[in-house]
Structure formats: C-alpha cells, structure tokens
Design a protein around this ligand. Sequence first.
Ligand SMILES: NC(=O)c1ccc[n+]([C@@H]2O[C@H](COP(=O)([O-])OP(=O)(O)OC[C@H]3O[C@@H](n4cnc5c(N)ncnc54)[C@H](O)[C@@H]3O)[C@@H](O)[C@H]2O)c1
Length: 334
Amino acid sequence: MKRVGIIGCGRIAEQGHVPGYVELADRITVAAAADPAAARRDLVGERLGVPQAARYADYADLLARDDLDYVDICLPHHLHHAATIAAARAGHNILLEKPLAAREDEALEMIAAVEQAGVTFSLIHNYARQAVPGRVLELVHAGAIGTPYLVRFEGLGSYHYEGTADYDPGWRAKAARGGGGALLDNGYHSIYLARYLLQSEVREVFGAVGTFARDFEVEDTALALFRHENGAITSIQNGWGADRSMPAREIQGSQGSILLAGGESSIELWQGDQCERPAPWAPAPGAFTRVFSAFCDALDGNGPVPTTAADGLMNLRIILAAYEASRTGSVVKL
Ligand SMILES: NC(=O)c1ccc[n+]([C@@H]2O[C@H](COP(=O)([O-])OP(=O)(O)OC[C@H]3O[C@@H](n4cnc5c(N)ncnc54)[C@H](O)[C@@H]3O)[C@@H](O)[C@H]2O)c1
C-alpha cells in the first residue's frame, strides 16, 4: 500500500484527485493533507479518511513526516516552485499538477532540486489518459490516418476554471499567481497532446495573445502556431473571453482524418467518404487514476514515470516561446 500526502486541497484536488484516490483505495492510502483553508483540508480529509491530526495548515508539517511514499502537489502556479523544492529537500517523491512552473528559471531550479535530492518526480498530463484523447493517441500511433501532419485544437472558452472560493477563485487571471492566461492554463494540455500525437518536437513557434474581453492581467485569448521537427504543424486556440465559439479539434494524416465531433465527446475516423466511429476508452478507470497508478508503478520500479520533468519543461518552453513571439512579432525557434 502506498501512502500519499496531498498539498493543496482546492478544486482539482476535490474534483480530480479525490475520485482517483477513491478508485485506487486498494493501492493508495491518503495519509495526510495540507491546506491553509481549514474547510478545504477537512473536505478532502473527510472524503479520503485522513485522520484529523494529519490535516495540516502548513505543508512544512506534512513534509516533516517520514511515512509517505510521495506527495501530490495541487497548488496554484506561483507556489509550485517553493513547494517542489521543499518537498525534494525533505526527501519526498513528487507528483505535481501542471504546469511545472510559469517561469523557466523556476522550472530549472525545481529540476535541479529534484535531481540533487535523487527523488522520483512526475507531472500530471492527465488529458493524454482521458477516454477520447487516449483512444485517439492509440489510433494515430497505430497508423489509422497514415502519417499525421496537422493537429488543430481550436476552441475558445468563455471563462477560466475558477479556483476554490476558500482561497482566491480568480488567481488564474492574476499575473503574479497564474503566471500566464488561457495558453498556459488550458492550451498547456492541447500542446502536450499535439506533441504526443505527432511524436515530433516543436521547433518553431508563433503566437498572438491578448486581453480583450475580460478584466484580467493575463491573456484571455491565445492563438499559437507550431512547426514540428518532422515538418508537421499544430494550431492551437484557447480563450477565456468568447461569448460563443465553434471548436475545431482534428488531426489530419496522409491517409485519413480524425475529427473530434461535438467538441471532444466522440471520435470520427475518416478515410475518403468512409466514416468509422471508434469507441473511446471506457470511462473507468479515470484519467487521474491512470496517472496515479502509473506513478506508483514507477515507484515500484515497474515502468517510467507518467510524465518526465523534461517533457514538462518542453511544454513550458513552447508556451513561453509563444508569449515571446506575440511580444516581438517574430517566430521563436526552440
Ligand atoms: N490537470 C488538470 O486537468 C487540472 C485542472 C485544474 C487545475 N489544475 C492545476 O491544479 C493546480 C491547482 O488548481 P485549482 O484549480 O485546484 O486551484 P484552487 O485555487 O482551487 O486550489 C488551490 C488550493 O491550494 C491551497 N493553498 C494555497 N496556498 C497553500 C499553501 N501554502 N499550502 C497548501 N495549500 C495552499 C488553497 O487554499 C486552495 O485550496 C494548478 O496547478 C492548476 O493548473 C489541473
């Protein structure tokens, strides 16, 4: 049985991580939880049976424990750096919510701390293990559309995912806390999916971002275009300010196309005028459950971590390059 301590008991801890740990109750015990908001640590603590004495206001007290197999960090972006470094220095293995950080210097310091401590580290790239994208990755990698050459994940949302009311629900829209807007928070997922689908790294980045429709310090609208090493192209659009939007999610290949019709709910595999509808993965186990299982397997020496720090760093560099391209009006090479 693995023992985990959760740091940050906000909305994604509640809505994503708690159900994952409930699904894995025969493999993982949540032994501790930390959050300065008592309501949050109690909510998560009650759902997962964390003893009252193991619910901490200060995560330093959780890190002082020596009975945890790993810590699961679900904090706002500006706190990833300090918490990851503190956890690594305390000798804990770490599973961290995306993004690695919002700044490259912070990300590099985190990676150095993890390497110096010799702990196991992984990031949560959960969309790659969701029912629809997970199945699409399998289909594309099995050659269902020949050689993929274009990923278009385009769709503009109307607002950001709000953080818990017990902390700062609008932290994502604040530069010092979110560190970036729709591209860093949501585009992040599309970017790693595109990289995994095309199996080729991004080498050229152009971006155009702006704040148009909301009173936010970070961008509410982001468009980015990437050229991958193998010549393939990705087009990303994310937003927090659209009143209505028509999402386009498709992958074009040399021998067919995959369309995620109805947003992301069903898969259409087209070859000429023939259309098949491959079933997505079953809803259970959920994406977070799959990530937690893979991380535990890695801790047991049975496989790689679900997402490496280098992978997360690459995703962050692409996003920062899109911001730079938007500022300078030029293509940024990676
Ligand atoms: N993988 C996904 O699909 C996904 C989805 C949503 C959010 N996230 C990520 O999860 C992270 C958290 O986002 P959220 O929406 O849950 O935010 P949130 O604001 O709802 O939760 C953050 C929690 O951290 C707590 N906190 C603040 N300072 C703390 C400290 N010093 N020690 C311990 N706890 C502290 C807050 O009280 C709050 O409960 C972010 O990195 C976000 O990008 C990932």
